[in-house]
Ligand binder design. Structure first.
Ligand code: FAD
Ligand code: MLT
Ligand code: ZN
Length: 475
């Protein structure tokens, strides 16, 4: 039996705080929480704590601080960088926010929604829609990812081009600090310059500075009109030119602009049941363009047709399928959203969630793809993602005949190869997934000196005992 399970002391104390439904300790119950979505890490924990209120979170954290027990906050456990899974060490608990999933308040006059951290994104979207409004954050993991996890990673996703990252969608936060103290910052204000903007410190901190227990989110008018197309384009440059055409025609209408490669689309066709390509086969580059407007009669269908017609005349679009119904729109989106799952099913892959200035996206894709194939002959570059934000998932799929373990042993070479190009282009080694555990060793090279020292000073000030999600973000 592991050392941390011999003494019932802390476990009994957690049980007293949380009640019998609020704690899991059996190894079989803990299993799904110990490993990450990508299957890169597996750790251990003495218990999974499932508090149902901010008071319970605070009491658990205070106990952990007293006993020197480290805490791994966990939402939907969809982190791409191993941020939410424990290390293989004793004296750790996972603190799941899943039971804190209430909508505390929705205010359609002020266009805000106050929700708990364990609310699943899809439910938040649904509640907003039920009230005739829109919560615009949208990504492939929206059926599992929770508001606290999304804020803690400052998630981006498909609609950043229009609505910004999770940070821009947050007005106020309630946070339990590493000593158990509670910041009651659930203010619904659009302007609030009262000292340091502490709320922003916890967004993107990946659970290393405290636990987000609730948030005030911004709501927007619901979409009354949409127009969506999947376009086959001849090159990465043509994809960028098409983005510029839509921006010039009506920047405010572009809800999403996503790039996909022919290889990625092929993986979706081969691995996702029911996936069908609505354009002719054989193209190497695709974009998904999604327009939306909050008023009826906005003429988005006309806009879409006009821009695509002009782009076709200029040779920038080769073929296009326009969604004629909500079902067709969903089917087109599915081709994009299933990219991560298709890659997972196809074999081992290495992810490079990078960003560059939008104008450099074609160069990033071209140069990285060429270098990656030179580095690992037979490997398949699968660039896809949020072209409108300059955020491309410059992923690499293993060569079919290469053992997965051999390919994954080259993961760091692969990431270094892409990152060298990203650095030249003035980009970032982590655009939206965060640093987690996977990329801590990159922090010194990319954020070293005064920037990293300031981060370490903040960590030491707020979490002097180092109990909050150790081994993540900071080297
Ligand atoms: P978790 O994975 O549980 O946790 C993420 C991090 O936040 C961890 O460090 C954890 O310790 C911390 N954390 C969790 N909850 C709290 C809390 N309440 N307080 C403090 N810290 C906390 N990301 C994007 O940005 N854009 C995408 O398009 C995108 N697509 C994805 C598609 C798929 C299929 C998958 C599996 C993941 C995708 N992700 C994407 C990655 C992931 O970052 C997001 O899904 C989401 O932000 C994580 O939410 P979660 O609730 O699962 O958080
Ligand atoms: C997505 O946008 O689908 C994910 O963030 C990308 C990935 O799986 O690499
Ligand atoms: Zn993404």
């Amino acid at each position: 039996m592991p050392d941390d399970l011999r003494s019932p002391g802390p476990l009994d104390a957690f049980r007293r705080i949380l009640g019998p439904n609020g704690i899991l300790t059996a190894e079989s119950d803990l299993e799904p929480y110990l490993a990450d979505w990508r299957g890169l890490y597996r750790g251990r924990a003495m218990a999974l704590l499932r508090p149902a209120s901010t008071e319970e979170v605070s009491a658990c954290v205070r106990l952990c601080a007293e006993q020197g027990i480290t805490i791994i906050p966990q939402g939907g456990n969809t982190s791409m960088v191993g941020g939410a899974t424990p290390e293989a060490k004793p004296n750790q608990v996972i603190l799941s926010l899943a039971r804190m999933n209430r909508v505390r308040e929705i205010d359609t006059a002020d266009m805000t929604m106050t929700v708990e951290a364990g609310l699943i994104l899809q439910k938040a979207q649904q509640v907003a829609a039920d009230h005739g409004t829109l919560f615009p954050l949208s990504l492939g993991a929206e059926g599992s990812a929770m508001i606290g996890g999304l804020l803690s990673t400052n998630a981006g996703g498909n609609t950043t081009v229009r609505y910004g990252n999770a940070r821009e969608l947050m007005l106020g936060l309630e946070v339990v600090l590493p000593d158990g103290g509670v910041i009651n910052g659930l203010r619904r204000l659009r302007k609030d310059n009262t000292g340091y903007a502490l709320r922003h410190l916890f967004v993107g901190a990946e659970g290393t500075l405290g636990i987000i227990t609730a948030a005030v989110l911004r709501l927007f008018p619901a979409a009354k009109e949409t127009a969506t197309a999947l376009c086959a384009v001849p090159s990465e440059d043509a994809a960028l030119a098409l983005f510029r055409r839509f921006r010039a025609a009506d920047e405010g209408a572009v809800r999403a602009f996503e790039y996909m490669s022919g290889i990625g689309m092929g993986l979706v066709m081969d691995n996702i049941e029911g996936a069908t390509l609505p354009v002719a086969p054989g193209f190497e580059h695709f974009v998904l363009v999604d327009l939306s407007a909050s008023r009826e009669g906005a003429g988005l269908r006309n806009l879409l047709e006009q821009v695509l017609e002009a782009a076709m005349e200029a040779g920038e679009v080769l073929d296009a399928a326009l969604a004629e119904s909500e079902a067709q729109r969903a089917a087109i989106w599915r081709l994009r959203e299933e990219h991560p799952e298709a890659q997972k099913r196809a074999g081992a892959s290495v992810k490079n969630d990078v960003s560059v200035p939008v104008s450099s996206v074609p160069e990033l894709i071209r140069r990285s793809s060429a270098e990656l194939v030179k580095l690992i002959p037979g490997s398949r570059p699968v660039p896809f993602g949020h072209m409108g934000d300059g955020n491309i998932h410059m992923n690499l799929e293993q060569p079919p005949e290469m053992p997965a373990a051999d390919f994954l042993a080259r993961a760091h070479d692969i990431m270094d190869c892409v990152n060298a190009i990203v650095r030249e282009l003035g980009g970032s080694f982590s655009a939206e997934h965060g640093v987690g555990r996977l990329k801590t060793d990159m922090m010194e090279a990319w954020r070293g000196g005064a920037e990293l020292a300031a981060m370490q000073a903040i960590k030491a000030a707020l979490d002097p005992k180092g109990i909050m999600n150790p081994g993540k973000v900071l080297p």
